[in-house]
Design a protein around this ligand. Structure first.
Ligand code: 0O2
Length: 231
């Protein structure tokens, strides 16, 4: 084994890298906070002005350094520097918005993505087109401006919109895949697929029930036009 010589220079280089990495992550944390504020303003406005809260809960996370490194390797990015990671890995900051009903998922998506300072980079509609395993969610990579003392930055944030039923399914599926280290037995894969259908059926029934109970008036809250095309 080759011995690594620890010199004053290597220590100071390591410290510099650590500081740069922390600064890099902080930019994403700021972007995430901007998105959280936007969602929380929408939630408060809905609660006060429409006497209805379409958001059940909001969860945010910054990708861990290990998980960033793992994704860089999985994507085959060679000699990665901060600029390449910024360009290629767009889910370092993530916000998950869990809504009551599917209609609310799209409403919230529209209300957020149509704000003037937001740029939509990618939309993946896994509700209209679920993944083969049954995964459903509406994903958007958006860019939000962050104003620092050094000037403005445009930070990508992945926002996932889903219903409570979709969230319940995704979190159980995630735990099962983790437990079996991605080698899930066939019968469990089939059960998960059945459960995804049951969750979708529950979403439909609950939304119908809700509309019957409250009428359709609430649906008249329309986002500002034009609507953004979903892919
Ligand atoms: P975490 O810890 O939630 O952040 P990728 O799979 O990331 O290489 P891409 O195109 O970036 O490719 O991903 P995509 O399809 O937009 O989805 C990424 C995120 O969506 C995942 O993040 C999960 O949060 C969620 N997701 C996507 N597919 C599934 C699925 O089949 N089951 C569950 N439970 N979640 C899913 P991370 O980074 O994997 O994890």
């Amino acid at each position: 084994m080759t011995a690594i010589q620890v010199t004053e220079t290597t220590i100071s280089e390591a410290k510099e890298l650590r500081d740069e990495f922390q600064r890099f992550l902080r930019e994403y944390e700021f972007g995430m906070r901007e998105v959280e504020t936007k969602i929380s303003i929408l939630r408060d406005e809905f609660t006060h002005d429409h006497s209805y809260n379409p958001i059940e809960h909001v969860k945010s996370r910054l990708k861990s350094p290990d998980s960033i490194v793992e994704k860089v390797a999985r994507r085959g990015i060679e000699d990665p520097d901060f600029d390449t990671i910024r360009e290629q890995i767009t889910d370092i900051a993530g916000v998950r918005v869990t809504c009551s009903f599917v209609a609310d998922v799209y409403l919230l998506f529209d209300l957020l993505t149509q704000q003037d300072d937001i740029t939509v980079r990618i939309v993946k509609d896994y509700i209209a087109n679920p993944k083969p395993n049954g995964y459903k969610s509406l994903h958007a990579i958006i860019e939000v401006p962050v104003f620092l003392s050094t000037g403005p930055l445009s930070i990508p944030v992945e926002v996932q919109f889903r219903t409570i039923a979709m969230d319940f399914w995704a979190s159980l599926e995630h735990k099962i895949y983790y437990k079996f280290s991605n080698q899930v037995p066939g019968h469990l894969v089939a059960s998960l697929s059945d459960a995804a259908e049951a969750a979708a059926e529950l979403d439909t029934r609950m939304e119908r029930l809700h509309r019957e109970a409250h009428g359709v008036a609430r649906r008249q809250i329309e986002p500002p036009s034009p609507r953004i095309m979903k892919v």
